[in-house]
Design a protein around this ligand. Structure first.
Ligand code: ADP
Ligand code: MG
Length: 244
C-alpha cells in the first residue's frame, strides 16, 4: 500500500465566477501531520471539504487512502468512511447522548453490533478523557468537551486520516489547551492528520509540514521552522506578523 494517504494535484474549485482554489498540490504521508495556515477566505475550508468530497472539485485530482475521489467510478461512501472530519462547531447530534453520538455511525455504516460499538466508543472517550460523560447530553458539556467528543466520534470509525478545520477557534481561550492536548497525543500515536489551524504554537511543535495558503494558492510550504520560523515569501511574513 502506498505511504501517501492524501494526494491532491492541481485542484481547482470555483463557486460561480469566484475561483477559490487555483491549482493546489498537497501530499500527506502516513503518520504525518500537515498544518494549513493562512488568512480568512484563502480557501482552507474549501480545500479540506474537497478532500472529503463535501465539495466537488472542478478539476484536478484527489486521492485519499487509495481511493481516487475525482474518478467518476469511485465508491465515494466507502472512500469517505476512511476519513475522519472534525469541524469548528463540533456538529454533535444534540438529541443523542455522548455514547450514542459515538455508536450511531459505527452501527449504521460499519455494521458493528451494539456491544462492540459501545466498547470502541468507551475506548475513545477514555482516550480524550471523557469516559465519565458517556451518559451526558452534548448541551451539558463545555465547548471543549464537545469538541473532544467529536474527535472521539471520528476516531471510532477507525479513519486512515483525520481532517481538522479550525477545531479550537470557536472555543473560549481556557478550553483550547485540552483539545490541542488530545490532538497532540493523536499525533504522537502516529495518526495521519491534516489540520487547518490558527494555533501557531501547535503548528510549530506538532506539524511535520506547514502550508501557508493565500488567495487560493499555496504560497509557501515546508517544515515549521522554515515556514513559521523563517518565512521566505512576503505574504507569509505579513500574515505571521499579524497573528504571532
Ligand atoms: P477559509 O476557510 O480559508 O476562510 P473558505 O474556503 O471558507 O476560506 O472560503 C474561501 C472563499 O470561498 C470565500 O470567499 C468564501 O466566501 C467562498 N465560499 C466558500 N464556500 C462557498 C460556497 N458554498 N458558495 C459560495 N462561496 C463560497
Ligand atoms: Mg475556514
Amino acid at each position: 500500500m502506498s505511504d501517501v494517504i492524501v494526494e491532491v494535484s492541481d485542484l481547482h474549485k470555483s463557486f460561480g465566477r469566484l475561483e477559490v482554489l487555483k491549482g493546489i498540490d498537497l501530499e500527506v504521508r502516513r503518520g504525518e501531520v500537515v498544518c494549513i495556515i493562512g488568512p480568512s477566505g484563502s480557501g482552507k475550508s474549501t480545500l479540506l471539504r474537497c478532500v472529503n468530497l463535501l465539495e466537488e472539485p472542478n478539476s484536478g485530482k484527489v486521492v485519499v487512502n487509495g481511493f481516487e475521489l475525482t474518478d467518476p467510478d469511485c465508491d465515494i461512501d466507502r472512500a469517505r468512511r476512511t476519513v475522519g472530519m472534525v469541524f469548528q462547531n463540533f456538529n454533535l447530534f444534540g438529541h443523542l447522548s455522548v455514547l450514542d453520538n459515538l455508536t450511531v455511525a459505527q452501527r449504521k455504516v460499519l455494521k458493528r453490533d451494539k456491544a462492540e460499538a459501545e466498547r470502541i466508543a468507551m475506548e475513545n472517550l477514555t482516550k480524550v478523557g471523557l469516559a465519565e460523560k458517556a451518559g451526558s447530553m452534548p448541551a451539558q458539556l463545555s465547548g471543549g468537551q464537545q469538541q473532544r467528543v467529536a474527535i472521539a466520534r471520528a476516531l471510532s470509525m477507525n479513519p486512515a486520516v483525520m481532517l481538522f478545520d479550525e477545531p479550537t477557534s470557536a472555543l473560549d481561550p481556557e478550553l483550547v489547551g485540552d483539545v490541542l492536548k488530545v490532538m497532540r497525543q493523536l499525533a504522537d500515536e502516529g495518526m495521519t492528520m491534516l489540520v487547518v489551524t490558527h494555533e501557531m504554537q501547535f503548528a510549530r511543535e506538532v506539524a511535520d509540514t506547514v502550508l501557508f495558503m493565500d488567495g487560493g494558492v499555496v504560497v509557501e510550504q515546508g517544515p515549521p521552522r522554515q515556514v513559521i520560523g523563517n518565512p521566505q515569501q512576503e505574504r507569509t511574513q505579513t500574515f505571521l506578523a499579524r497573528v504571532l
